[in-house]
Design a protein around this ligand. Sequence first.
Ligand SMILES: NC(=O)c1ccc[n+]([C@@H]2O[C@H](COP(=O)([O-])OP(=O)(O)OC[C@H]3O[C@@H](n4cnc5c(N)ncnc54)[C@H](O)[C@@H]3O)[C@@H](O)[C@H]2O)c1
Length: 335
Amino acid sequence: MSPLSAVLAALRVYAAGVAVMLTQLLRRCRGGFVEPVFPRQPDRVAIVTGGTEGIGLATCRHLARLGMRVIIVANHEANGQEVVRKIKEETLNEKVEFLYCDLGSLRSVREFVCTFKEKKLPLHVLVNNAGVMMVPQNKTVDGFEKHFGLNYLGHFVLTNLLLDTLKASGCPGRSARVVTVSSATHYVGKLDMENLQSSGSYSPHNAYAQSKLALVLFSYHLQKLLAAQGSHVTANVVDPGVVNTNLYKHVFWGTRLFKKLFAWWFFKTVDEGAWTSVYAAVTPDLEGVGGLYLYNEKKTQSLAVTYDLELQEQLWARSCQMTGIVDVTRDVFSG
Ligand SMILES: NC(=O)c1ccc[n+]([C@@H]2O[C@H](COP(=O)([O-])OP(=O)(O)OC[C@H]3O[C@@H](n4cnc5c(N)ncnc54)[C@H](O)[C@@H]3O)[C@@H](O)[C@H]2O)c1
């Protein structure tokens, strides 16, 4: 990517963020966000990646309050145990635990899945929430560009390895659900199939937006696959809005200052940011419904290219090649 393209990518990402913040400000002025009410979820099991901080932590707290068994997954053991203690204390739900997984290491993802499966638990909700944003150029343990490797490929492998448990746990009228957290930046993302690793001149903005665009394409293709297999599992993608979290630690200092001064007006709180994830995870309105892009607990359109079936298939096939996941897509759709 040329330096000019990198600047344009940054401007596109900031423009997308500003547009969302202005709509959030308008909504706050008109009375703000009203907490949705969800039915209790006893006997349901959820895994939430990145559940130790920000939107993921708020998601775990909501699900625990609804009576779910919640498995918090992240790459900081000490943090994780502390978060478990706090959530148990706040929600009086004892069925909350932490399991280590570094989504930037496919080996760690596989080890996590083995540990989880040894527990012989069902799995009703998988929230693919963890992420990093605009980090300096860096690679995951497996040599993938950090955003693409961690935000996208880590969740691609995790979901694929948990599909058998999700399928066994869903039943007619009570589907299991995969909820994947994307972002409004996907609207300005470009998926370069010839350069998924963002090699050459690096744009952290483009790399982040690309990973979030890949997650939308992945979620739609997953839904198609699950429906074709006649499974009782659905896949939806959610956009939390612009939320006041630590995700912004690598952005331009002026943006961090703006966030510090004006977050109350322009940013959602972590609870508000988590509502769409929780909605997708538990609302009866979405029973059996998948393949949606949800924003503010409502269905909305994602970028036009995300509906390109050929691109969805190409990305899925390439992701399988990159990670060693068996590509069952062709057999399912041809048979
Ligand atoms: N905050 C926003 O405005 C915003 C906007 C749109 C989308 N999102 C998305 O929401 C999700 C949550 O973001 P957040 O704002 O709560 O950020 P955050 O930085 O507060 O939390 C990120 C979480 O991801 C976990 N994580 C990071 N690297 C990991 C790794 N290698 N392995 C396992 N876990 C890892 C962290 O431990 C943390 O729990 C992200 O996917 C982000 O892209 C956030």
